[in-house]
Design a protein around this ligand. Sequence first.
Ligand code: HPA
Length: 264
Amino acid sequence: MSAIAIIGGTGVYDPNMFDTMTESSLMTPYGEIHYVCGTYEGKTVYFLARHGRDHSIPPHKINYRANIWGLKKLGVKFIVSTTAVGSLDQNFGPGHFVLTDQFLDFTKNRVNTFYEGGDRPVAHVDVTEPYSPELRGIVENAAKSLGLTVHNGGTYVCTEGPRFESPAEIRMYAMLGGQTVGMTNVPEVTLANEAEMAYMTISMVTNYAAGISKSALTHGEVVDMMQQMAEQLQSLVKEVIKGIDVNADYPAHHRMSEYGGFQL
Ligand code: HPA
């Protein structure tokens, strides 16, 4: 039976979220990953803290390839990732959940593919629909059933970080159609697509982006808002796990068929 993974970002890790949780690690060709394995509603769920167990890995140093490869190796077919974002859109206020459907990639120094030639030939993954519409639908229904404010669709701008953006950058991103901004979704989303897993992101709006917000941004306000939303997020994740059919087969699971499929 295939498994579900929750990739958690800033402030969401809770070791008591699922039944029977055990910590483990796995060595991948890209480095070691640490994860927690649990079961919920009879389904196997892996929890991976993107920034490390003690939040020590900054966004530009995250080993995205090890994380995604490791989850694939563990039999994961469905990834629900969570992330904190700033908002560029007046309709997306702090405390809202946005189910990202597109990204704009402004990262600079990240290895962003498994296909580097050699054993893995040149390949160009299709990202017309990088965030599984099927999983987004499940999350939207779950969020509505819990009475949360949710927007199904939103364009995420991924910056290199770790600094926040300048107001001029935010104005530019907004002109280009960006609605939320964060530092971690790319290349996580594209690697998951290369590895033929259905992937979606629950973005939690923690603040209005620089220049839109009246005051200077602090990491503290991001963490405070995440903590305020943590309980809602946990209820949402549980509801989503209930809603996922682990035997479902989505287009994302065949993303690399033109290249003979993704090989571990
Ligand atoms: N910018 C970038 N990343 C973020 C922000 C932001 O305003 N808020 C939460 N993560």
